[in-house]
Design a protein around this ligand. Structure first.
Ligand SMILES: NC(=O)c1ccc[n+]([C@@H]2O[C@H](COP(=O)([O-])OP(=O)(O)OC[C@H]3O[C@@H](n4cnc5c(N)ncnc54)[C@H](OP(=O)(O)O)[C@@H]3O)[C@@H](O)[C@H]2O)c1
Length: 272
């Protein structure tokens, strides 16, 4: 695959960069933050080039230009790219809330894709939402192949769905960690050390994901299997249901989705 250019190498960008590097794909990185720049330069990888400024790239060809900055920094950077690079490329945006239409207003002649991964790209297990306007079968196959190291891609038919996708799956690892943190705290409060609690909660997670892999049963079947009638777990689950845990989590996801929609509105009005 031809070289790609990564714009922004913070939390997500760094994970994506590591994926490119460990798959021996050539990549250039443009990162504003001096401290991160220094760290990247120390990596000293043959397939990595650190770019200090965007001048001098006018005729350079990139297969993908990957945008991985916060929404607030995104539009000005897209405008800068448009003036600094005149060759054709495929533009991939990871920015929450930024619509493909808004990007295309500036990068008129280039194909624009929107992706919403999560930090599980680091372990090749991100269910990544992807949207682009009217993709051909061949194009979808090419993108799925080139980004297979993310995990798997979920092609969205309507861009609108990206708000929900961002809310549930973009932030998904944080919700799982939040739940694990709750279990950890409860374990500590009940007399187990921090270290042992962490170990035991981790074993719950590892074991559960192994069980999911080994069983074709759905989640509610597994819950039923571990919940004996009249037993202790049943009591806890009954209580959680009565306390409307589902509704509370659903409302949390809804809040994230609304935030994504609001970012879109602000970006469209260029008021962020
Ligand atoms: N983190 C996640 O798990 C996740 C998941 C899905 C999607 N996303 C999306 O990915 C994007 C990046 O998120 P993040 O958490 O990685 O943010 P981040 O840690 O803030 O990383 C962005 C990096 O880009 C740099 N930057 C800002 N403006 C720049 C410019 N004009 N040129 C070059 N570099 C520039 C920032 O430097 P300064 O800090 O100095 O400004 C920062 O180092 C966001 O739009 C987010 O919606 C993130």
């Amino acid at each position: 695959m031809n070289e790609s250019l990564l714009l922004g190498c913070g939390n997500l960008g760094r994970i994506i960069l590591d994926g490119f590097l460990s798959n021996s794909m050539k990549i250039s990185v443009y990162e504003k933050n001096q401290k991160i720049q220094k760290t990247l330069k120390k990596l000293n990888k043959r397939n990595l080039e650190i770019i200090d400024n965007l001048d001098g790239l006018k005729d350079k060809t990139f297969k993908y230009i990957l945008l991985c900055v916060k929404p607030i920094d995104s539009l000005s950077l897209i405008k800068e790219i448009n003036t600094k690079i005149s060759t054709k490329f495929i533009f991939v945006s990871f920015v929450a809330g930024l619509e493909t239409k808004k990007i295309s207003e500036t990068l008129k002649k280039n194909k624009v894709i929107r992706m919403m991964p999560n930090i599980l790209v680091e372990v090749g297990s991100s269910a990544t939402g992807v949207y682009t306007k009217s993709p051909s079968k061949i194009f979808k196959k090419e993108i799925s192949n080139n980004f297979s190291f993310f995990g798997f891609l979920e092609w969205l038919k309507e861009e609108e769905k990206m708000n929900f996708y961002t809310a549930l799956y973009g932030g998904g690892p944080a919700y799982i960690f939040y739940f694990l943190e709750i279990l950890n705290k409860i374990s500590c409060k009940n007399g187990f050390s921090k270290k042992r609690s962490q170990l035991m909660v981790e074993s719950l997670l590892h074991g559960t994901s192994k069980l999911i892999k080994n069983n074709s049963q759905n989640f509610s079947d597994i819950i039923e299997k571990v919940t004996s009638k009249g037993g202790t777990t049943e009591k806890a689950i009954e209580f959680m249901k009565k306390e409307k845990t589902y509704e509370k989590i659903n409302n949390g996801i809804r809040k994230a989705s609304v935030r994504s929609k609001n970012i879109t509105k602000l970006l469209n009005l260029e008021k962020l």
